[in-house]
Design a protein around this ligand. Sequence first.
Ligand code: HEC
Length: 92
Amino acid sequence: MLLCGSVSADEPAPAKQQELRNLLKHDCGACHGLQLKGGLGPPLLPEALADKSDVLLLDTIQNGRPGTAMPPWKSFLTVDETNWLIRLLRQP
Ligand code: HEC
């Protein structure tokens, strides 16, 4: 990929990336809003996540937040895929 400074080895294959974008829109969007501006769940826009660490977000997405509506996704998303999604969410 040209002009993409930090392509890491754990980057999912292009077809998988498309699948993850769809998941984000449809599954995460069901609670966080189609535009990720918030709904039942809080907004997932870059500004909203700016002060949250990758570790916190990874834990939240993989394990959910017990006692809240946020479900665990670890049976659907690997750690690498989750990290990729977090990078995507942080992109303006
Ligand atoms: C059934 C509803 C629901 C679905 C589906 C859902 N979430 Fe959530 N999510 C929530 C709620 C509610 C919270 C807030 C939990 C709390 O109160 O701490 C949350 C919190 C989060 C947070 C933490 C945000 C913050 O500001 O700390 C992240 C990141 C997140 N969700 C990502 C995702 C991703 C990625 C998906 C899809 C793979 C997803 N969520 C799907 C309901 C949902």
